[in-house]
Design a protein around this ligand. Structure first.
Ligand code: 1GP
Length: 245
């Protein structure tokens, strides 16, 4: 099987990717299986698995198995150590760069490192940057979210992440955010660190929003809430960024 890293690089040549986020605290294995097969057919590229609170590793591990049946990569998007399961393919091995608590910057990573190695999970070195709203991830991660309009601060974080060798940069507005990451922020970061793989999520609920995020330069768009609230909308989003409508 191709490495997840190579798969993502390969897919990125054909345009913006779509990641379907499954939160094990909100979705059971049966529902995840249903969502996965529908969205795989429409063209989602990978599954992110994780959540900020209440993740049961046993359930998460069952969900990962179901998601894997689609043949698409299952990537852990860890809110904490409970999210690390060996049935996934890879993990966004991430540091919440603008947390005020060192636990979320390097503590949890040290605590989880042996486990990730033991499980043989492929690691995707990721800078996690919380902007604007923050949501549960921002609160639980003790982030000091960067104000929406402080574009230079967001650029500086992305630049520092790139200089530290972090290949992936996840711009997080927060799950359920009333607005998504401003296109201006995405554009400026893409321009500053064109080689980074930009993941953008939080508050993307319509195809118009997804398109503006894609056009601004996101390499991958993440949708979580909308997948569970209104799968038709998620389908529209995927079709729009894959230019299938
Ligand atoms: C959360 O970026 C994701 O980490 C997705 O957010 O649930 O708002 O789509 P939504």
């Amino acid at each position: 099987r191709m490495k997840v890293k190579e798969y993502l690089e390969e897919r990125r040549k054909f345009g913006t990717l779509h990641f379907t986020l499954i939160d094990p605290h909100k979705t059971n294995a049966e529902n995840a299986e249903k969502i996965a097969s529908i969205l795989k057919d429409i063209g989602t590229d990978a599954f992110l698995l994780g959540g900020s609170i209440g993740v049961d590793p046993i359930e998460a591990s069952e969900i990962a198995l179901k998601l894997k049946e689609t043949g698409l990569p299952v990537i852990i998007f860890p809110g904490d150590l409970t999210n690390i399961v060996k049935t996934a393919d890879a993990i966004l091995f991430m540091s919440l760069l603008n947390s005020e608590n060192p636990y979320h910057i390097i503590g949890a990573q040290v605590q989880g490192a042996f486990l990730v190695k033991k499980y043989g999970l492929e690691t995707l070195p990721t800078a996690y940057i919380v902007i604007g709203y923050g949501g549960a991830a921002g609160y639980m991660g003790m982030a000091r979210p960067i104000p929406w309009d402080q574009v230079n601060i967001s650029i500086a974080y992305a630049l520092a992440a790139n200089m530290l060798g972090m290949r992936y940069i996840y711009l997080e507005a927060g799950s359920g955010s009333p607005q998504h990451i401003p296109p201006e922020v995405i554009k400026s970061i893409k321009k500053t660190v064109p080689e980074a793989f930009l993941i953008v999520g939080g508050g993307i609920r319509t195809k118009e929003a997804a398109l503006s995020v894609a056009e601004a330069g996101a390499d991958a768009i993440v949708t979580g809430n909308i997948v569970e609230e209104d799968i038709k909308k998620a389908e529209e989003i995927i079709k729009a960024i894959k230019k299938k409508d």
